[in-house]
Design a protein around this ligand. Structure first.
Ligand SMILES: [Zn+2]
Length: 132
């Protein structure tokens, strides 16, 4: 079962709310592949409400940081400021790694919605609802 600590979730939420109207993004690190304990905030170098891209230097730094703390990369997250918490066609197309989770935070509704997705072969194969 996938879990995320309230501290890590609150960090994601605060970062995403601060980046509205643009999408926000980061890595989620944890003590094992299913236990998120930390948000590693990253820059959306697209600075766009509809797209996001990681900065390769920050991705490298995140992995280095995780290793130094004995943590693993559980997955990455991005926000959808105005659309639901499900992967767009582009999100699915860009999800290259079936071994990590893709988390999406939606700020479109009255309450934030946070789901985790496993994506393989161009399809969502698993969805976990974390906050709604
Ligand atoms: Zn998206």
């Amino acid at each position: 079962m996938i879990t995320i600590t309230p501290e890590a979730y609150n960090s994601v939420l605060a970062q995403a709310q601060g980046d509205v109207p643009n999408e926000s993004c980061g890595y989620l690190l944890g003590t094992d592949k299913e236990t998120v304990t930390e948000n590693y905030p990253m820059t959306n170098i697209d600075h766009s409400p509809e797209h996001f891209s990681f900065d390769p230097k920050e991705q490298f730094a995140a992995i280095k940081y995780a290793r130094s703390k004995g943590l693993v990369v559980v997955g990455n997250w991005h926000s959808h400021p105005a659309t639901p918490s499900r992967p767009s066609e582009e999100d699915i197309r860009l999800a290259f790694d079936p071994n990590i989770l893709y988390f999406i935070l939606s700020l479109a509704g009255e309450k934030p919605v946070f789901n985790a997705f496993k994506i393989a072969d161009g399809k969502v194969i698993e969805k976990t609802e974390l906050y709604h």
